[in-house]
Design a protein around this ligand. Sequence first.
Ligand code: S3P
Length: 172
Amino acid sequence: MDNIVLIGFMGSGKTSVAKKLAEVSAYKLVDTDKLIEEKENKKISDIFSDNDEKYFRDIESQVLLKLQSNFNLVISTGGGIVLREANRDVLKKLGKVVYLRVTPETVVKRLQHDTSRPLLMGDDKHQKVKEIMDYREPIYQDAADIIIDTDNLSKKEIAEKILSAKAPITGE
Ligand code: S3P
């Protein structure tokens, strides 16, 4: 069994869908943000405030590379992992890449009071989300084998779609 790789914006539900998938299948859960925190022994927000974004991205690439030659994993990734082309290549090799697409409105609603995403800190969260999402949308699409629009789906429904998907599905 190949791995399942979940990509998508902050707040798109990658972590909770990955947990659900691990619960209902034989896939074992791995979360790249968790691996980064373990490696650095720090929270993501502290890694960002003690260093620059490049430092974080370098560790992110390193932990991703280490996942190669593993099987039967459901891999929940950080929202920016797709930014580096080299990472996108590794993701493709790891298994089926599933893009959990979400609207900016849903992200803002979910992350309104969140303080753990350094890239979204600031006064106008909606504007920040919109800006970053507009930039990333084509990159997520390019990296994905499967795209699922998740706004109106439960995590159980999303997990079921992923497990039954054999061909690309878009906008369902
Ligand atoms: C990031 C997303 C975060 C985390 C870091 C950067 C991003 O993960 O990796 O704050 O650039 O989108 P989540 O997508 O799990 O929030």
